[in-house]
Design a protein around this ligand. Sequence first.
Ligand code: EPU
Length: 419
Amino acid sequence: MSAIVVRPSGPLEGTIAVSGAKNSVLKLLAATVLAPGRYHLRNVPDIADVAWMSELLTAMGMRTNRPAPGELVVDAPEDLLPEAPYELVEKMRASIVVLGPLVARFGRARVSLPGGDDFGSRPIDMHLSALSALGATIELAHGFIEARATVLRGARIGLDFPSVGATENAMMAAVLAKGTTVIDNAAREPEIVDLATFLNRMGAQVRGAGSSRLEIDGVDALSPVEHTLIPDRIEAATYLAAVGIAGGELTIAGARPDHMDMLVHKLGQMGMRISPCNEGLWAMASRRLTSVDISTLPYPGLATDYKPLLVAMSTVADSVAIVTENIFSGRFRYVDELVRMGADVRTDGHHVVVRGKEWLSGAPVRAHDIRAGAALAVAGLRAQGETVVADAHHIDRGYERFVEKLRGVGADIERKDDR
Ligand code: EPU
């Protein structure tokens, strides 16, 4: 078991570097099943989810290795076992995105159904109906999705909601389908654009990425490529939250301000000064922040992944914030953990009401997911005494050298391993 211990800190000062985007690399790795050969990825974060996705690729018959920090090489043979076992999908729901590319390339795929998690119910109906629209037959049996197709044909797909995963699965299936596919109400996240860029480099014909309508002309075959990942906007947001809570001045090297417009705007309303700089993003918090209301939405709206961070910031800001979650039905367990730290937070349906206090009170708390864990840790920067975030392995799923990076800018944070 591993915990992260945080003590009151600040002002933070210096430069902190952002790694490559977790939610991009996982999908790019899934896309490597689309064509045999050697792929070379750069700016790949050293996080547990990448290790698990690499394990999944290995289980299918691929080889992966990390020749240098930040680099990942994937060797994909001509033939693969198109299966994703329960043990890996259960650990990491994102594995579901191998379904589309596997059925497109091999005409069949057997992928475990992902289970529930702390975000409430997370169905995959849109993934499946998109693949059915392309001509795959889907059967659910014994906890697995069995998808088959002699040939996939381009089709019109209208998503009920701009789901990130369903857009990615549909896009990766459509690139090898016969004819043209149109995906309406597609997700517009920067990670979708990164995947489309990667696929186009491989020889795919994807147009409109970043808008809500994707048009994809299927091609007969793709080939492997080199690619440098976009930076992780949620990791960058975590450091913005840290400086917002602890005060100080940070340069967030490698961040892409153009991927974070709404967040930068919101944090400006709360009293932070943030501007683009040569290295990435510069941020300063010189006084206690003021609460503002927050509502999560699909990109370009405020990401649900920012929400635990924004709630943590609001617990020590001046005034009251009403935070509304519009993406997931759950995702509130960290609120009870913040209450253990003395925060005045109440949930009501999909709303959270946060009354800010000058200080929180350090306490033992538990990380239930990646972003919740990071939010509790940064809340600890303004909690008297010691905050001990248990189950820090959740943080390791999405953050590379979390403790070291924050220590480097003056946070009083350390890792405690009970091994
Ligand atoms: N939904 C359905 N049916 C579907 C698919 C989605 O009802 O077939 C619903 C979901 O239940 C949810 C909403 O649609 O209510 C949006 O879910 P989406 O499919 O967009 O989420 P995802 O692809 O499963 C990705 C990120 C999440 C991030 C969400 C929302 C990855 C690996 N995960 O999940 O990131 O919160 O998009 O932006 O890309 C994280 O990084 O910690 C994380 C959880």
